[in-house]
Design a protein around this ligand. Structure first.
Ligand code: MN
Length: 288
């Protein structure tokens, strides 16, 4: 079996988004012109690792109401709590180990803000939001969201570590999350020296993103908050250089044109213009 080598390493960019939330934005195609940046990890668009941060008591850091169209977000919480509300009337509580899969589809307005207890007492926040592209045929589907409670995605023990499957199948475990794009996505923790190996379907994109600690892939060291895109081969194989917490990504490329502007990801510039107009004219709904 041929092990996939690292084909490129891209460091995340520290930034802020929403209302003073520090995060590391991981766009593996950054530096490439225009929308090509978002093709590199097809069908994934980008990953935001928010926090880890400790909210001071009374701090309202979060993501106030904003729109999306044309893709899905999978938001996974590692520490803290967030309350989600959206323009379809959906609402839910994100807890550590839980996730939320939101289909922006034809258009949605949502917010993710601290829960009242956390606003009052402060506390740690950390999580990962992954943008998963929608096939052209699904970009105008009705918006909505699915709560994925921690109990529906339990940790599974592995030699020297454990894995939580957030979408698709890893290590024989399948997540309840459903996405039109064919993907597999998981949170893996390993002790120093532990190894992990998994076959990835031929032709799929594969990437590994350590959140904390570091790994080695065929002798290449991959540090925290870095995307390691993998090249041709049968299996993703890695070794923990230090105790490590990392995200595993694999997916079948959509190979469709991408037009991106802020919170909208469509196929053409005309569709982006339409999205901006539809949002400005209130056609993506409102939060009550
Ligand atoms: Mn959002």
């Amino acid at each position: 079996m041929l092990t996939k080598p690292v084909s490129s390493l891209v460091s995340g960019q520290p930034t802020q988004d929403g209302n003073r939330v520090p995060l590391t934005r991981l766009v593996p195609g950054q530096g490439q012109p225009g929308d090509q940046a978002f093709q590199t990890m097809d069908p994934f668009l980008l990953m935001d690792h928010f926090g880890p941060m400790v909210l001071a008591p009374g701090t309202d850091a979060g993501f106030p109401p904003h729109p999306h169209r044309g893709f899905q977000t999978l938001t996974y919480l590692i520490q803290g709590a967030f309350r989600h509300r959206d323009s379809t009337g959906g609402s839910g509580l994100l807890r550590p180990g839980g996730a939320q899969l939101m289909n922006a589809g034809a258009g949605i307005v949502h917010e993710e803000m601290p829960v009242p207890e956390q606003l009052h007492s402060g506390g740690p926040i950390e999580g990962v939001q992954l943008w998963i592209n929608l096939p052209k045929a699904d970009k105008r589907t009705p918006p909505g969201y699915t709560d994925l409670q921690p109990e529906s995605m339990p940790w599974t023990a592995l030699p020297g570590g454990r894995i939580r499957v957030l979408a698709g199948t890893w290590a024989g475990v399948t997540s309840p999350a459903r996405t039109p794009a064919k993907i597999a996505y998981a949170h893996l923790e390993l002790e120093a020296g532990a190894r992990f190996e998994h076959v990835v379907p031929a032709g799929w994109t594969a990437a590994v993103v350590p959140l904390h600690g570091s790994i080695r892939i065929q002798g290449t060291e991959v540090a925290a908050d870095t995307v390691a895109l993998l090249g041709a081969g049968d299996a993703l194989a890695l070794e923990a250089a230090k105790p490590v917490s990392l995200m595993l990504l694999a997916g079948e490329p959509l190979r469709e044109p991408i037009a991106h502007y802020g919170p909208f990801v469509m196929n053409t510039r005309e569709e982006i213009e339409q999205a901006i107009q539809d949002y400005q004219q209130g056609r993506m709904g409102h939060l009550d």
